[in-house]
Design a protein around this ligand. Sequence first.
Ligand code: GLU
Length: 493
Amino acid sequence: MTIRTRIAPSPTGDPHVGTAYVALFNMVFARSQGGQFLLRIEDTDQTRSTPESEQAILDALSWLGLNWDEGPDVGGDKGPYRQSERSDIYAKYANELIEKGYAFRCFCTPKRLDELRATQMQEKKPLGYDGHCENLSEDEIAERLANNEPYVVRMKVPREGQCTFNDMLRGEISIDWAQVDMQILLKADGMPTYHLANVVDDHLMEISHVIRGEEWINSAPKHILLYQYFGWELPVFCHLPLLRNVDKSKLSKRKNPTSILYYQRMGYLAEALLNYLGRMGWSMPDEREKFTLDEMMAEFDIQRVSLGGPVFDVEKLSWLNGLWIREELTDEQLADRLHQWALNRDTLLQFLPFAKQRMETFSDIAPLGSYLVSGMLPITAEDLQSAGMEDDQLLEVLQFALWRLEAIQQWQRDNIFEALKGTADAMDIKLKPFLAPLFIAIAGSSSSISVMDSMALLGADMSRARLRFAIDLLGGIGKKKLKKMEKAYQQLN
Ligand code: GLU
């Protein structure tokens, strides 16, 4: 059997370190056994998927040194590799399931489903579809179709017994069917959901091993049932442990930068980041910390993955990155890398139109522009407080601005301006005092170039990371307070 694995990112946001970690293990597993690794874009959620996000994911994974044998950019004979270009295929398979009696059309209105959910919550019953449309008569279905009533296609799921399957790392897993919802396979607009598209594609693309994050374990019964309904051979399932914050909670951007672009911007070496991701739950036989991709490939054994939640610790990563810089790069190479990274003409040309107005000598460029090539700035809580706001309001300004900025799709000056002005207006604060603490958080001083321009130059990831850093400097926002702030924020909008 040829081993074929895949990474199947949804292009709905920044390229995530978790995606790179799962991609790495898929690639190394397949290639170390002479198999193939492919990349498929799962963009069935058309409201959240964007071409920019897809491009950023492909670029970030390539930057790390990952590459795929088949994919939307490199082609292959099992394409197209973008699910939005495969909708006819899914509709055909959904119909096949209806004909075989394994799926049914569900005409329930959103209102009925909301009410059902509310009742289930009230009665503390498990949430899920109640089978209302499972046994409609042929006549009734025909009549509703003739009336053009919108419908979704749901899969039938046994209500009793258990689904038992084997996981390559975890052994036998059993999940009660009663916990498995009658999943929607095709939405009212004819687009498939993740579950249908994922299974159909894994089969058609001849994926032999489905290696993915453990958050998908509960979906496995639905997938297995679909394979059985279609009469297809099951792939081997392997659910990797999720990356964790230092406090062991699930890796989240509130506690830890999660975007690969952030690490790129900070000036981590791709090799070091990839090396660190290879250390997530896995170790070399001799336990050494520093190794290359080729060395990992040569020694790889997936059974060495340990399931005790791997911690993605930025301090550890920085230490490893330092080792790489010192031990693997000559001064010449380091100079080239710094040049590729940010110490180059492009960076200067972006900044000079702003800096020029404030320069008297060349040497002014360093104090003016150092924040552009820095990571977190050497600022203190007092610096932020010097903007003259009470701490509570200061935290609100920073957090509300951050939330608004997180919603920006296209990171451009005008959009940043609109987000900040909108937040200031909604909070009833004049723009100038509103921006004052942001200047300090973003550029380290209130005398920098416009904070909107600074953010545009710094990029989304670094800008947001600095705002989070400023919030932390002020003591952070506890869970309770965050909930309150979320409410206040929603009322503003
Ligand atoms: N599109 C899914 C994701 O974004 C893929 C999950 C899987 O690998 O099955 O993670």
